[in-house]
Design a protein around this ligand. Structure first.
Ligand SMILES: Nc1ncnc2c1ncn2[C@@H]1O[C@H](COP(=O)(O)OP(=O)(O)OP(=O)(O)O)[C@@H](O)[C@H]1O
Length: 313
């Protein structure tokens, strides 16, 4: 029995009449209790990957195991531990929110009477108590999004899969989802796989990030490791006049660095830019170059992600 919750090997999905596979020879493992952010640009294959993990879509080749079971051939063993929220999962729009929750419980073989106290706690936490009698088509997009999340959580799953849980939510709503996911992981050891186009929230809440592009895994690592590996640091020197800007830029270029001269500052880019800072400040001091300050900044995960998934052509 392995401790991996999800294990994919050579997983591939090619839709009919598609020029290239949506998911292309993907292999990775997700450990018990970790939160993994799945990042990729539109059309990268995230939803297709999630559908195969949930047993909703059949792989063309390769395989995926969830709790050591094949989600298509052994659906009960694989799926009974999964709580999944899919992008725009269907509701019966002409029924009240409450009935949609009851129906979801029924489909999952749960007794509404037994799950109701927990469901009502969730409803209260996500601020939907007064919306329970409202017909689904009369709910706002954000309210429907919250209802979807509650539906995925009618029981606390061992593996929670969320496909863009924060789509359409305002900032407090996004933070509420983040806090809840963190609570599930910390209090219940729930393993989480989630996608989001809000890279800042993935960075804040994921132990590891699986970056996919054009169906392939680009990298699977901790956010900090990605920033260290693919990010750059730059230096901003604030100068008092253009002569000073030219002097700083000339020195930096002699040191093999790239510079961008602005109105009152010089940006210096290049590997190990921090290492040259003492020498540069000494040069400015000894030559009376009027520099009024400096700062260094490292790329965010968002900048790194953009660089990693830039498509040529
Ligand atoms: N049912 C389908 N039939 C044919 N092609 C499909 C189908 N579903 C997805 N695709 C294609 O597979 C590729 C991956 O789509 P997928 O929805 O998995 O991407 P995604 O990363 O989830 O994108 P997004 O961020 O836009 O939701 C896309 O090129 C898409 O057009």
């Amino acid at each position: 029995m392995s401790s991996d919750v999800v294990k994919a090997a050579g997983l591939t999905k090619r839709y009919r009449r598609s020029p290239r596979p949506a998911v292309d020879d993907v292999s990775f493992e997700i450990d018990q209790g970790e939160t993994v952010g799945l990042l990729g640009p539109n059309g990268a294959g995230k939803t297709t990957l999630i559908k195969m993990i949930c047993g909703v879509s059949v792989p063309t080749s390769g395989h995926v195991r969830v709790f050591d079971a094949d989600p298509v051939r052994q659906p009960v063993a694989a799926k009974s531990g999964i709580g999944a929220m899919h992008q725009s999962g269907p509701f019966d729009m002409m029924l009240p929110a409450l009935d949609n929750l009851r129906i979801a419980a029924m489909f999952r073989g749960l007794r509404w009477r037994e799950v109701r106290p927990w469901a009502f706690e969730l409803v209260e936490y996500f601020g939907l108590t007064e919306s329970l009698p409202t017909l689904c088509f009369q709910l706002s997009g954000g309210q429907r999004q919250r209802l979807q999340l509650i539906r995925a959580l009618l029981t606390i799953p061992r593996l929670l899969i969320l496909d863009e849980p924060s789509a359409g939510l305002d900032v407090p709503g996004r933070r509420q989802v983040e806090r809840f996911v963190t609570w599930l992981r910390e209090e219940h050891g729930v393993t989480v796989l989630w996608t989001s186009h809000h890279i800042d929230e993935v960075e804040r809440n994921s132990q590891r990030v699986l970056v996919v592009n054009e169906g392939k895994v680009v990298r699977f690592a901790k956010p900090r490791e990605l920033v260290e590996e693919f990010g750059t640091t730059h230096l901003l020197m604030t100068v008092e006049d253009q002569d000073a800007a030219r002097a700083v830029a000339a020195w930096a270029e002699r040191a093999g660095l790239t510079t961008t001269v602005g109105e009152a500052e010089v940006r210096v880019d290049g590997a190990h830019v921090r290492d040259v800072l003492p020498e540069l400040t000494r040069y400015c001091h000894e030559n009376a170059v009027p520099v009024s300050g400096f700062s260094t900044a490292t790329d965010s995960l968002e900048q790194v992600f953009l660089r990693m998934t830039e498509n040529e052509g």
